[in-house]
Design a protein around this ligand. Structure first.
Ligand code: GDP
Length: 363
């Protein structure tokens, strides 16, 4: 190079000619190999053997939003269905801070001490909005998350509550086929999600807190009516008496409710998840419930009703998503919406127009 610095007369610092640039990618690196995607048969076989990795992959497939995964997921579920149904499905709800994760950790260990396998799933409506789930996070259940017989899965995140709930329900099928005999489904006690959980469990447990003086005020009547058991957490230290007072209040409130379809009188207990007090008692209550409803046939009745409910729900959801996913409809809707917003068209007329366009396709 003809740098002035390289002139023979030049006395200052000189520029060396340099070396060739190394390639920016390491030529010795082995190419990354993606794990081959298992076939439907391999997945089903793995799930039935109780292989946790395969179960995880099957659940991921169920949760996938890609249309090409949908058919495959349905095939896996279909093949697993004959092996499902043999677990105790228990719903657990409570407001944030009620102690759900602390309690599930402790209840879970208690259940696993008796043998078997436990899956913890979650339905978390907030994960739709924030893209982050506040439930089912492994770090929240410290001991359970490292237990070899526990499978913890956070809430499916995207989609409507109906879609999220359907995916969880399908995950229940996979877990049961994989030999899980206890399934907890957790949800936050803030809205519609309890109804979704209630419609897929055999027993619904409501975790409450004492100490505010007006315990019954904040709880929606509907949630209390759904509960098969109410447990008042944090009955420890100074809080024991308040918890007992709340227990008495809940008991008398429950007496005012109409008799439940199962014939079971919901029980109210106090316990402490953190200090692990009263845990076996809570579990004995749940055992008593299962004995009761198995004996009087309600267990089967409820499952059949739920199966019908889920058939209807799936039809509703599929119809809705087929409609909204249609590109022509989507385009039409945005024009119609504009007209509705600027008062040029009534909502009803706009809806009818869109629906007519859709249904005319099938004529
Ligand atoms: P979640 O939001 O319902 O999952 O509630 P967490 O399990 O995260 O509990 C919320 C807070 O309450 C945490 O700080 C826990 O340590 C505390 N907590 C949970 N269970 C108990 C209990 O039985 N007694 C007391 N004193 N604190 C508890």
């Amino acid at each position: 190079m003809n740098h002035p610095e390289n002139d023979k007369e030049y006395k200052g610092l000189q520029v060396n000619s340099g070396v060739a640039q190394p390639p920016s990618v390491n030529p010795y690196m082995r190419p990354l190999r993606r794990k081959p995607v298992p076939s439907v048969g391999e997945m089903v076989e793995g799930v039935l053997k109780g292989d946790m990795t395969m179960l995880s992959r099957a659940v991921t497939l169920v949760e996938s939003l890609l249309p090409e995964h949908y058919a495959k997921a349905q095939e896996v579920i279909e093949k697993c269905l004959p092996y499902s149904g043999k677990s105790r499905r228990i719903g657990i709800t409570g407001v944030p801070g009620a102690g759900k994760s602390t309690s599930i950790d402790v209840f879970g260990l208690h259940v696993l001490k008796q043998g078997g396998k436990l899956a913890v799933l979650a339905i978390d409506p907030s994960s739709e909005r924030t893209n982050g789930s506040i439930l089912g996070d492994k770090t929240r259940m410290e001991r359970l998350s490292v237990h070899p017989n526990a499978f913890i899965r956070p809430s499916p995140s995207a989609g409507s509550l109906g879609g999220v709930a359907r995916k969880t329900r399908e995950t229940v099928v996979l877990c049961e086929a994989a030999g899980f005999d206890n399934i907890f489904i957790e949800t936050v006690g803030v809205g519609q999600s309890e109804t979704a959980v209630h419609s897929m469990v055999d027993f619904f447990l409501l975790i409450q807190l004492a100490g505010t003086g007006d315990e019954l005020q904040g709880i929606k009547r509907g949630i209390m009516e759904m509960a098969d058991g109410i447990v008042i957490n944090k009955a420890d230290g100074d809080n024991i008496q308040r918890a007992q007072l709340a227990q008495a209040q809940f008991r008398s409130a429950l007496h005012l409710f109409p008799p439940t379809a199962s014939g079971w009188q919901p029980e109210v207990l106090t316990y402490s998840g953190y200090f692990e007090l009263g845990i076996p008692e809570v579990w004995e209550m749940i055992d008593r419930y299962f004995e009761f409803v198995t004996a009087n046939g309600y267990f089967e009745t409820r499952r059949r009703q739920q199966a019908r409910y889920w058939m209807r729900e799936t039809i509703d959801e599929q119809l809705r998503s087929h409609f909204y996913r249609d590109p022509a409809i989507a385009q039409m809707l945005s024009t119609l919406e504009e007209q509705v917003l600027s008062n040029r068209l009534s909502s009803f007329t706009a809806a009818t127009e869109a629906l007519d366009t859709y249904f005319n396709r099938f004529k």
